[in-house]
Design a protein around this ligand. Structure first.
Ligand code: NAD
Ligand code: IPM
Ligand code: MN
Length: 359
């Protein structure tokens, strides 16, 4: 398997390095063969060279089987990075150009991890968010009128296509079908977003006809936030458009213990281009360079990379290796009992070694 890594900015290189230590340890046991190539795309690289990521870079990355990304982005208010030059220019460009239309984000309370939710256990917090990843408010459609004047108007358009909603919803039904509970909840805001929400709602109803074994429900996104805190056991699989999915998955990370645990895959399920795997968190400039970041989210994203890419490419050794990494993470999380996941006192490299030792 040829893996392209983009370690990125801030804690990105630290968490990727911990994950690579885990991969080096895990691979031989399963006879998994891989090759890693590092790419420099990041805010730091842009500030140094003026280069973000162009079409030639995309063509180069398409030659790989998978992309493994740490995090990109600088300080939120850096004027040199204004206009989302890095987030749009790297992350969203990759997700869009490589047609990674599914953003898979599990919300799982692991053994030993403390949730801030009272009286909730692993039994209550065990669901997956299927976030649409190529449409919605993320399309960059909109603009200004009379910018900089007292009459300034800006708009940002929420784009929903039948094609985009349907392929995402269908993926979510297929996933729900394979799970024990077989339950799928659509999350939107159809009471206010009466155009985009309506497209999603009707598409959801139509696709549901093909999956009689899956039970379905619908929640408005505001109520979903309340239920995720008060009754997370309602959820098995959630399907959600891009912007709401971004927001509820940070909430999902928090109820599962913190940003240091939340993994994700940007999937091109058809295999027409590589999928990309990354932790849900960002570059965390506040703790960068201090060996404080928890790399579990990144290590778990690596497990997901091996399992998902293995499935798409028919690589059984990769799947086995990904499964062992997932199991090793679960063997290590009890060591966080009684500690804060994101400020545990363990070093980034130390946690990487703990998982490698468990392997
Ligand atoms: P963030 O996720 O980087 O940080 C939010 C908070 O969570 C911070 O207090 C941070 O210390 C903590 N945190 C995050 N990951 C952690 C970990 N592994 N272990 C322990 N604590 C952790 O979000 P932000 O501060 O809003 O964004 C910082 C930069 O990252 C911005 O430039 C943003 O655009 C970018 N960003 C990038 C990605 C990505 O590359 N996928 C995702 C989100 C944000
Ligand atoms: C995420 C991030 C990105 C998003 C940003 C950095 C573009 O928040 O991966 O969740 O909004 O999708
Ligand atoms: Mn986010």
């Amino acid at each position: 398997m040829r893996i392209a890594t983009i370690a990125g900015d801030g804690i990105g290189p630290e968490v990727i390095s911990a994950a690579m230590q885990v991969l080096n340890t895990a691979a031989p046991g399963d006879g998994f063969q891989y090759e890693v190539t590092d790419f420099p795309f990041s805010a730091a690289h842009f500030l140094e060279t003026g280069h973000v990521l162009d079409d030639d870079d995309i063509a180069e990355l398409k030659k790989y089987d998978a992309i493994f990304l740490g995090a990109v982005g600088g300080l939120p208010n850096d004027p040199r990075l204004a206009g989302g030059v890095i987030e749009k220019g790297i992350l969203l460009k990759l997700r869009f150009e490589l047609d990674q239309y599914i953003n898979l984000r599990p919300v799982t309370l692991y053994p030993g991890i403390d949730t801030p939710l009272k009286d909730k256990t692993s039994e209550h917090i065990n669901f997956v968010c299927v976030r649409e990843n190529t449409e919605d408010l993320y399309c960059g459609v909109g603009g200004f009128v009379r910018k900089g004047t007292a009459q300034e108007v800006s708009n940002q358009t929420m784009v929903a296509t039948r094609f985009g909603a349907e392929r995402c919803i269908r993926y979510a039904f297929e996933l729900a079908k394979t799970r024990e509970r077989k339950q799928l909840t659509l999350v939107h805001k159809t009471n206010v977003l009466t155009f985009a929400g309506d497209t999603w709602f009707r598409t959801f109803k139509a696709v549901a006809e093909d999956y009689p074994e899956v039970t379905t429900d619908y929640h408005h996104v505001d109520a979903c936030c309340m239920y995720m805190v008060a009754k997370p056991e309602l959820y098995d699989v959630i399907v959600v458009p891009n912007m709401f999915g971004d927001i509820i998955t940070d909430l999902g990370a928090a109820i599962a213990g913190g940003m240091g645990i939340a993994s994700s895959g940007n999937l091109n399920p058809d295999g027409t281009a590589p999928s990309m795997f990354e932790p849900v968190h960002g570059s965390a400039p506040d703790i960068a360079g201090q060996n404080l970041a928890n790399p579990i989210a990144t290590i778990d994203s690596l497990g997901l990379l091996l399992r998902e890419t293995g499935r798409i490419k028919g690589d059984k050794a990769a799947i086995a290796c990904g499964e062992r990494i997932g199991a090793a993470v679960k063997a290590v999380t009890p060591k966080f009992a009684g500690k804060s996941l994101d400020r545990s006192g363990y070093g980034t490299d130390e946690i990487g070694k703990m998982v490698a030792d468990a392997l």
